[in-house]
Design a protein around this ligand. Sequence first.
Ligand code: PFF
Length: 468
Amino acid sequence: MIKFACNNPNIFVDMASKIQFASKIGMIAATVGSAVGLGNVWRFPAEVQANGGAAFLLVYVACVLLLGIPVMLSEFALGRAGQSDAVGAFGKVGAARPWKAVGGLAVLASYMILCFYMVVAGWTFEYLLQSISGGLLDPISGETGLHSHYAAKMDSFITDSVNPLVNTYMMILINIVVLIAGVRKGIERMSNVAMPLLFVILVLFAVVSLSLPGASAGLDYFLHPDFSKITPGVVVNALGQAFFSLSLGMGILITYAAYYPKDTRLVQTSVVVSLLDLLVAVMMGLIIFPAVTTFGLSGEGMQGATLVFVTLPEVFAQLPATQLWAILFFLLLTLAALTSTISIAEVTVAFISDKFKIGRVKSCLIVLLPLFALSTVCSLSMGPWSDVLVCGMNIFDLLDNVATNLMLPIGSIFLCVYMGWFAPKGMFKDQLTNFGTVRSRLYVPVLFVVRYIAPLLICVVLVSYFIR
Ligand code: PFF
């Protein structure tokens, strides 16, 4: 049995008993798969548009590099040192009891996110199926004009009480199959196929979009910053987007890092994962903004769901081979959503199976079967139950707001405080240097950010949410 010492000499974690990703590529693909999701495809372009174009991009890149990577590294370090789930990791490295609550918060937040993210994943799946069948282009009676056609289509679909549910259930079933298959045969194998495919589709779209007649004006907007547009509000939004996009604060990276081989270079991995996630966001910008200027899309058309379910189909309808572009785009979106839902679900699957010492199949079912009911509530809250409001929000928006705007930042602050100040001495460094076997010049600046800068700035994001 390989025993692996964490910095606390009294704590030895059994590395051999924990399943690991089979290959480095698979490990990167799974982690990037978690990060690349609806956050990159629909949230990022909308944030760029709402926050001054290229100025936002510049601040966003700085947030990813200067804050995202250090916070990601603290999750990786805790996960690999703890060799457990997001809660158990704290216990395994000898953290005092209250710290486990930080892991508990991450598990709870990720499960809440899963409930509504699964519904959106279902929408993407329905649009993929409709693109394949050609139904997406079928006329709607009384609607003329492309915009009103797709707007009416989205509205009638999302607010329907049956159709979105069927698709959400399909996504839950796919999640169950992949997760039951396990870390290597399920998560890793799926990511190995999905991620390269996603990149190929993105490149294809970028080539087409960059050859549109209005491309240069779009690129100018996206890539030439007007520095006067950088305001505190832009910084706060960029930081929130970076955390959302890199899947920070929800225990995913703690959980996945426990599956990393012990010779994995965490610093290298965090840089590769962050840069690939950034690349996908930038490519989405290169795709969307040339289309925005070429087809004169409005600001309203850039908002999340409208962008992907109304505006882009409208753009595809004006291109030759409309159906092909629709199929490719919704395939991309479905893959991005699927790899993210899998990673969010794995947080709770790992927690239940470690905590109650039960097998993977059982814990997958315990985690995913209740989603049939919980996601139903989220889905219906967009339609027939939309008048059930809590704090002025329907259930879907409530979960989204509480989990992503409150619980994630709070969790991230405490995680930084733990790793920066309270973790057993040397643990963080041991993990970044693989117990002194690799050099890590980044350790000192990373620790500085994790101790001082990150908790402070995340606090600012949190406070700004309340005074908005
Ligand atoms: N990081 C992924 C995305 O950008 O969509 C997935 C994700 C999971 C985002 C959980 C946010 C979240 F709360």
